[in-house]
Design a protein. Structure first.
Length: 222
């Protein structure tokens, strides 16, 4: 497929291909990390889903900040360097913390936008769900700034399409456009459009918003 004539979106079939490739690459590059799993959609009468499942990464642990907000400018240079050193496939957090928070991430296909959408929820060790203002404190500083500038166009809350419970999600508006730009850069470098790399490229951008980093090696695994 010519990237120049492509709109940056995926069909439901291509999403399934990309999802399984993403989960496989994650497992090969991060064999000791929590794996992404394909969760089949529950069979319900009179309910037809565009895709028969979604990707799930559950119970990722992050340590909450001891302060209501952490001022990056107040950190010493050594502290900043320590913050930048993270394991592959980990959640980014402040170096000051006290309480364990857990996050579940689901990658769901959105048939109206024809792109993947990241749904997520946070909760304490006792199962209490985290409110948005608590989640904001766990986000990287760049995400917190964006939330202040455009709170409900950045993160929204709506019913999970498979679980029928309220989850937060990153709004998919514009995803197709910036995905096309990512693959145009690859095309200029002499690479074709590889659908199996779609979710890897997508998550390398979207994951940063919620502090979920993926190893760059995943972009090179075939």
């Amino acid at each position: 497929m010519d990237v120049r004539s492509w709109d940056g979106t995926l069909s439901a079939t291509d999403f399934c291909v990309a999802a399984r490739a993403f989960a496989d690459k994650w497992k090969r590059v991060n064999p000791t990390s929590t794996p992404w799993l394909w969760v089949p959609s529950p069979k319900r009468p009179f309910l037809c889903q565009a895709v028969d499942g979604y990707l799930s990464l559950d119970s990722m642990c992050i340590l909450g900040s001891t302060e209501d907000s952490v001022n990056d400018a107040s950190l010493s240079e050594d502290e900043k360097q320590e913050e930048e050193v993270v394991d592959n496939a980990t959640l980014v957090q402040s170096s000051r913390y006290h309480e364990e928070h857990f996050y579940d991430f689901h990658i769901v296909y959105c048939p109206s936008y024809r792109v993947p959408v990241l749904y997520f929820r946070g909760y304490c060790s006792d199962g209490r769900p985290l409110a948005l203002n608590e989640i904001e404190k766990d986000l990287p500083s760049c995400s917190a700034k964006a939330l202040l500038e455009s709170k409900w166009t950045f993160i929204t809350q709506e019913e999970h399409p498979y679980l029928n419970r309220p989850w937060y999600k990153l709004h998919p508006c514009g995803t197709g456009k910036w995905m096309k730009l990512l693959f145009l850069d690859a095309a200029l470098a002499g690479k074709g459009l590889d659908i199996e790399l779609y979710l890897v490229s997508w998550c390398s951008v979207v994951g940063q918003v919620v502090g979920l980093r993926i190893p760059l090696e995943m972009l090179n695994v075939i």
